[in-house]
Design a protein around this ligand. Structure first.
Ligand code: AMP
Length: 589
């Protein structure tokens, strides 16, 4: 297939604003494409050359491309730079530059789709010493033969800015309408959900028709598209719908799909990027945790504070992205725990058609204890009261809420349905201001903090009762020096027993007279069955807690304990902000 024919369709796709018209253009394109070129056309149309999970990406620096353009056209680099500034799109710069250069020699061979794909693939794979030079040569080779319009798209692909806006589902529509009937569209989509590779689906359906798609199975090291959840507003509604359900803690972290074999382990994100390099501690943990030879597992990765045992905001981990050299250090500082919640493949057997309860049994029997790997907490019930108690427990553990799963449901790749229903906490409100809290207790440190305190127990002031009621454990935001000197600094206030003016359900390792005030920044206020601030005020049997508290570094020596933030203020903040947001607080990451 000539590349010019493909580019003509791109031009028309770019000009349309109607989704229907776009689908028609794509259907025309798929029909006109020879079978052997179809996979390449599918990848190129999406601005990639391989499925995302393979991690083979284009993305040359635009600056480098302008240099190649200068070289290929004989125009001055400064002029190309000026054009780039004006147009802001190197694709358009390439088009104009090629148009203004001298006429192509007549014998120049026209570009084919295969040739363009081959060179782009080679550019993406080049690495190591001398690779820049080789990339430049491969790109010059293409531009030397390209028409102005072809150059526009080649350059956009090369810098990773193709952006035709063609969604996966539109390509699936086009494939279905060419090789199947409308009624069979779901089979095409299913194949895609299982293999996450539209090029592969195109190749198979073009060569073998619909029947061929049934041969696409779940495979180790090729991620499956994740099953998604619906949402309902109450636990009652959920249990009405499912009757009996498996309720699991809903951890607030990053979804991880782990592919495990004796030779290697790979991790994929919810968007199917390969994230193995970002989580060495999960890879290590899985080596011990998985008893079986082969497995595909799913779980949620959450950073855990080694000292408080509490979850940390996910930002602590997302900073690892793209910082290869720091990963090892960060993995030590903020290690994540993987809470495994599903098992999709075991020793070559695809478990996705099996019922949830069966998969869960498999999951439990194939895992053994290992550092950093745990099973998601689950409770099977049809009783609303029991469900509510489990929900409170989940919040207390620092989770977002619960995930309800139908016991007889199969794993539906890529689908959002009521087989999984999420229920997030409604009782929470964002915190914008810092607050001042009083130190009333401390917990012994572990690991790096051995010998000092791992976390402090913090309280707000209750004016009416003239007591201090706890609202969080504080273990984040301390620099090494502060940590080291904490015991000395607090020594004079230390008590062996809980001081009478402190109201706490938690048993601290050491207690302090409520005197020292620290400035604290928190993410939000949430109800809590362990902290005593505003007890019973919002819900019977629950108080208010600060989620993700962090010491700002400021000791409020200017404040006495009675000047600290009061329980009444916390309540006001909670109520005021709940009104403003009126929705569950967004995920922290
Ligand atoms: P949401 O992102 O709010 O739509 O909720 C769905 C996400 O919750 C999933 O994609 C997972 O990343 C996460 N999650 C946390 N805990 C669980 C669990 N026990 N089962 C399934 N998903 C979970």
């Amino acid at each position: 297939m000539r590349f010019a024919d493909l580019v003509e369709v791109y031009d028309r796709i770019e000009a349309t604003t109607k989704r229907l018209e776009m689908t028609e253009l794509l259907v025309g394109l798929v029909r006109a494409t020879p079978k052997e070129d179809l996979a390449r056309v599918v990848y190129l149309t999406q601005g990639r050359i391989h499925p995302d999970y393979e991690g083979i990406e284009l993305g040359l620096a635009e600056k480098m491309v302008t240099r190649v353009l200068a070289h290929a056209t004989g125009l001055e680099e400064a002029r190309i730079q000026r054009m780039w500034k004006e147009k802001g799109d190197v694709g358009l710069v390439a088009e104009e530059a090629i148009a203004t250069r001298r006429q192509k020699s007549l014998e120049s061979t026209p570009l084919t789709v295969a040739k363009v794909y081959e060179n782009l693939d080679a550019i993406a794979r080049e690495s190591g010493e001398g690779s820049q030079e080789r990339k430049i040569r491969l790109l010059s080779d293409l531009l030397g033969h390209a028409s102005p319009r072809e150059a526009r798209y080649i350059v956009r692909m090369v810098v990773g800015k193709m952006r035709l806006g063609v969604a996966d589902m539109t390509i699936i529509d086009a494939l279905a309408s060419t090789f199947a009937t409308k009624a069979d569209r779901d089979r095409v989509e299913r194949a895609y959900n299982v293999c996450s590779d539209l090029g592969e689906v195109a190749r198979v359906v073009a060569a073998k028709g619909l029947k061929g798609l049934d041969e696409i199975h779940l495979k180790l090291f090729r991620p499956i598209r994740a099953m998604l959840a619906e949402r309902l507003e109450t636990l009652e509604a959920i249990l009405e719908r499912m009757d009996k359900a498996a309720l699991e803690y809903k951890y607030d972290g990053l979804r991880v799909q782990a592919h495990v074999s004796p030779e290697k382990i790979q991790l994929f994100s919810r968007h199917l990027e390969n994230i193995t390099g970002q989580f060495p501690e999960i890879v290590e943990g899985l080596k011990t945790a998985v008893r079986d030879r082969e497995a595909i597992l799913e779980g949620e990765a959450v950073p855990v504070d080694a000292n408080t045992g509490e979850f940390l905001p996910f930002q602590e981990v997302s900073r690892r992205r793209g910082r290869k050299t720091d990963v090892e250090r960060m993995a030590k500082e903020f290690p994540v725990t993987l809470f495994a919640f599903d098992c999709l493949l075991r020793n070559g057997e695809d478990l996705t058609p099996r019922a949830y309860s069966d998969r869960r049994k498999n999951l439990e029997s194939m895992m053994k204890a290992a550092e950093g790997i745990r099973l998601s907490k689950v409770h099977v019930t049809s009783d609303v009261k029991e469900a509510e108690a489990f929900f409170d427990e989940a919040l207390q553990a620092g989770c977002e809420g619960l995930m309800a799963k139908a016991l007889d449901s199969r794993y539906e790749a890529g689908a959002r349905g009521f087989q999984w229903i999420k229920f997030k906490k409604e009782y929470s409100a964002e915190l914008n201001d810092t607050i001042d809290l009083v130190i009333v207790g401390a917990f012994a440190g572990r690991g790096k903090r051995a010998g000092s305190y791992g976390a402090l127990l913090m309280a707000a002031y209750d004016e009416k009762a003239d007591v201090f009621r706890t609202t969080c454990k504080l273990g984040t935001g301390f620099d090494d020096e502060t940590l080291r000197t904490l015991p000395e600094r607090l020594k004079s206030r230390r008590r062996d027993r809980r001081p009478p003016r402190v109201d706490s359900k938690l048993e601290a390792d050491v207690w302090f007279d409520p005197e020292a005030v620290l400035e604290v920044r928190g993410a939000e206020l949430t109800i809590s069955p362990v902290h005593t601030a505003a007890w019973d005020a919002i819900r019977p049997g629950a108080g208010l807690a600060i989620r993700f508290p962090r010491f700002t570094g400021r000791w409020r020596d200017d404040k006495g304990p009675e000047d600290a933030t009061t329980v009444h203020e916390l309540l006001e903040m909670y109520r005021g902000q709940l009104k403003q947001t009126k929705k569950p607080v967004p995920r922290s990451a």
